[in-house]
Design a binder for this molecule. Structure first.
Ligand SMILES: [Fe+2]
Length: 298
């Protein structure tokens, strides 16, 4: 499918981590930390942790879920950073090969770097997606590491990209509106994303958005389920799993796991891959398989 060129001009960074003046200091600090971890022997352990993808299956009870979708299964992956130094393909394949679902969604960040070349991400993405078995197909959105020129290769690899777009999933007479909005962390303003969301069809709405930073607008626009990522669950966490950094402007409650925000339920995955440093400590990468259930929210 041929698409019009996608405008993905980066917005002015707003988090401390992304600030143009402070970011180089973080990069120096990360480099020093990596050297220290290599000397101590912890670096190899962190890389092994990063390559150990978990399968996380759970149910989500949702008010208003159309009856025909009770038991509908959604495979959610995010933040694969597929061209990074950690070889994740074997562990992802091991998980995907035992899973068969109704729908697969990916919430952005297919490449490792923020700038420069990206072509290396296309081939591993193609190989990984061959392991996905999803009856209603594979849908994706763009993250803050992704470029508009990646859309066509990703679609050739088997994904349908929802770029401020939607699709309708049907089971008999029942419908779900699946909406994908471009990343608000670094590219699209919250106001533009909210306007795009407002123009989408009403109904039982599932939203794909790279980071949780569209919480209030999504809840106001009657989103029932908000699937997101970006945080990697902190990636490097203190013992007990408390993240050192989350890299979002939302409260930490929304940085990982299942949460509710007003009438809306959300899930922030810890992601599959890693970025900045190829390491995880006290944090697991995951492939989530979510079974939708009719009922009250947790
Ligand atoms: Fe991200």
């Amino acid at each position: 499918m041929t698409r019009a060129p996608v405008n993905r001009t980066r917005r002015v960074p707003r988090t401390v981590f992304e600030h143009g003046l402070i970011r180089p200091l973080f990069q120096v600090a990360f480099s020093v930390l990596e050297i220290g971890l290599k000397i101590s022997g912890l670096h190899a352990r962190g890389m092994r942790n990063a390559a150990d993808t978990q399968l996380n299956r759970f149910d989500v009870s949702l008010d208003g879920l159309p009856p025909a979708f009770d038991g509908y299964t959604v495979l959610h992956m995010s933040d694969l950073h597929a061209d990074g130094p950690v070889d994740l393909e074997a562990s992802i394949a091991r998980v995907l090969d035992v899973v068969e679902v109704d729908l697969c969604v990916l919430t952005g960040d297919y490449r490792y770097r923020l700038t420069g070349i990206w072509e290396e991400a296309a081939r591993p993405m193609e190989r990984i997606l061959k392991h996905v078995r999803a009856r209603d197909g594979i849908f994706g959105i763009m993250g803050n590491h992704d470029l508009g020129t990646m859309v066509e290769p990703l679609e050739n690899a088997g994904m349908r990209m929802l770029l401020n777009d939607h699709t309708v999933l049907r089971r008999g007479d029942d419908e779900i509106v699946l909406i994908g909005l471009d990343d608000v962390h670094a590219y699209q303003s919250v106001a533009v994303a909210a306007a795009a969301l407002s123009a989408m069809p009403q109904g039982f709405r599932i939203l794909l958005q790279h980071s949780p930073e569209l919480l209030d607008e999504a809840e106001a626009e009657n989103v029932s389920l908000f699937l997101t990522g970006h945080t990697h669950g902190g990636q490097i966490c203190l013992p007990g799993g408390r993240p050192v950094m989350t890299n979002i402007r939302s409260p930490r409650k929304y940085a990982s796991g299942l949460w509710s925000h007003g009438r809306m339920t959300g899930y922030t995955t810890t992601g599959v891959g890693v970025s900045v440093m190829p390491l995880r400590f006290n944090s697991k990468g995951e492939v989530a398989v979510i079974t939708l259930r009719q009922g009250r929210k947790p």
